[in-house]
Design a protein around this ligand. Sequence first.
Ligand code: FE2
Ligand code: FE2
Length: 192
Amino acid sequence: MDKYIDYLTENLDGRRVKHSIGTAEQAQELARIHGGNEQKAYIAGLLHDVAKGKCECGPEKLAKEYDIVIDEVEQSNPELIHGKLGAKIVSEQLGIEDEDILNAICWHTTGRADMSLLEKIVYIADLTEPSRQFENIDVVRELAKKDIDAAMIYALNCVIEFVQCKGYTLHPNSTKAQEYFLKEEKNKFELQ
Ligand SMILES: [Fe+2]
Ligand SMILES: [Fe+2]
């Protein structure tokens, strides 16, 4: 784990390192509650923002330097790129091969349909770690302990509302995630 912390301290500012450790601990706790793999959750949480800061280089340079495909929405909001870029860096520079960890890092910015438990845990841990503050964060924290899918619906609504208020373009994967979780919830309700 020291190697990962060293990489973070070399590449991120102190505030972001603190956020990463907070996310790791929160992810581990959610994995414990929901029967997930605690070690994977800790690692994915710790490294989820590894590429934060690199997005300033601009989409064209990143696509070329890291050999990644950048879509239209990411072009207009380069901050979104740090998920997929993070997965690439973690795989190539830190030697992590676990697909679930790489996907959890890749999708933590937008979410997606049919997320794995680890992907949901990292998405929620990123938003709810102790240094985060936003209106109704306590609702997400409480939901996350009881029902991770319900927490995803609530969290996605908060994020989508924030993105729209700011006038940013919403990534289609966030809309797909929201539709997916709402459909799942409806199916669960109908089965009862
Ligand atoms: Fe992030
Ligand atoms: Fe984050």
